[in-house]
Design a protein around this ligand. Sequence first.
Ligand code: IVH
Length: 676
Amino acid sequence: MVDKTALDREKARKYLRALCVQIERHDYLYYRANRPEISDFEYDCLQAEKQALLKLYPEWSQDEGPGSDLGNSHFPTAKHLLPMLSLSNTYSQEELFEFLHRVEGKIQAHCSYLLEPKIDGVAISLVYEHRHLEKAITRGNGYVGEVVTENVRTIKEIPLILPKNAPEEIELRGEIYLTERQFTHLNNEQERLGLETYANARNLAAGSLKLLDVKEVARRQLHFIAHGVGFVGHDIHLDTQEHLYSFFKQWGIPVFSFAVPGNNAEQIWNLVERFRLMQGELSYGTDGVVIKVNDRLLQEQLGATAKSPRWAIAYKFEPESAETLLQEVIFQVGRTGVITPVAELVPVDLAGSKVARATLHNFDEIQRKDIRKRDRVIVQKAGEIIPAIMGVKKDKRSASAEKIEVPLQCPACGAPLLRIAGEVMIRCTSLNCPPQLRLKIVHFASKDAMDIDGLGPKIVDILVSQGWLKDIADIFTLIDHRDLWIRLPGFSVTSVDNLLLAIERAKNRPLGCLLYGLSIPHVGVELARKLAEHSTSLEQLMQLSVEQLQEIPLVGEIVAYSIVDFFTNARNQDVIEKLLRVGIKTNFLEKPTKHPLNGKTLVLTGSLTRLTRFEAARLIASLGGSVGRIITKQTSILVCGTNPGNKLTKAKALGIQIWSEEEFLHHAGIMHANKT
Ligand code: IVH
């Protein structure tokens, strides 16, 4: 709680600044990097603190927009016809009732409400022109978003064409999500491959939406549920939100809502409670209920602030938490040397499992929350994020509570730790650090890097303990140990030879994969690909200055320094030299592997037997092609089913390539060429 008397103006100002810095950092981690460090609840607490301060000092308020998830990604941007706002939210029943009261006071009448789940997904605006899906745009900063149409076309609930009773022009809005099941499945797969896992389904959905490989997006199986509209063309009358949803249902688009007639707070609250119980039964993650005024005219009358509409509110459920004793703090070393403080707890039951460890994120967080050893702490498991320490019961602090000192040396190898300017992280920069080495080797062998099938964490552990792997380049001299290796328990001639073969094949991986595999801090898979696209070889890239690197898209100052630091480090130079000596290709530039149908316009005619037209259209879209309605000079291919119409005559006249259904399926890669 903020008390104006206790907190003088100057202190408050400083505190607000610190809060804003924190919030900005977490906004970046959540919206752009898709790797949040704190739960949504913790984030909302920071925001609530900021709002409380601004209430005391309204002169410091700024008219803020709805926040931004615009990154420097590869997708073009587009403007929303009507802005995509956020929802104001609350965790308190009292505030929810205040909202109902406020609405009633404003409109001077009773009104009915619609209640629906607050889906934990990614907002999207689907722009239909002439009833055809033209663009799918992310929320971005609320006014301008990123165009991710091709990826969105892979979602089965999203129609490519709307039926005749739909308006010609409409911005249809909703949430893209991954089912909890699919999230677990994909994350397990990531883990099995030794790749980074995602904190929760929302982050994995957001990351998937921004992939460059449409096929991979399709494989992830994203879903969609609608919850509103932006701009609507004139040819439709929508008096209520419910009415809008009945149209969505007719068009085959999923929606989920309950209506509460009259301004009945008790009934609304009962329904909120039912939603709370329903939480675990829905296939998607939810973190609350959205309460919306049903009448669209009243919605308009109530209007919106710069951030959110005044006709809706999100009531959010507080995630489950528990109190326990923080016994000890240990320090874990990550792949790029980042040190993460982890709390060891007296085990406590939380959301159906026993929790004995929780992350403390970083030392700034420890300081901000003033967490000490032997404190009673509140642990929380929010979404799929690993349990986190929310705060301290200061009133229960014992005299033996002890400050958590920032370590000066790496807990694993003893090397001095460094805090890099501009980062909150502390890193071990030693290249001989055992846990880092193990993680680095596993990463180097992973699918998006060198793709050495079979070289997972368990085998790496064995090979490291044999003393055969002291750096990533040693992978290529494992052949020297073959005779001993095949005799190790759990190995055979076949398994070892298969692995050696996979290692040999890895020498020809494209430069982007090699760069990603090197574990350069801040260089993820997309950035590594971009770096490779802008250079001719590893050797050339190593010569680039901070300024030259910054000319490459996606490379900012921090990244540029990180790359230069990495390549000027003598140990890294040794490892790279070793890689060159064993014959790794460092100049193999991958041409983007596009499907032959990518960019092609296909027209369908006649009836198809193996799949419906809709399925065919979706398949074409998922391969990067598009479906035209009429034959024009721009048409690339006509797919001809039985009883074709006059499109066939026109295509022949224009000399356009014509495929049978079988040929089409063959080219799409889902059937062999032999005709049936
Ligand atoms: S209505 C003017 N309904 O929550 C905002 N939004 O904080 C209209 N969200 O970005 C949104 N479930 O993507 C609405 N049932 C629901 C929702 C929902 C999730 C998301 C939405 C928006 C965010 C707002």
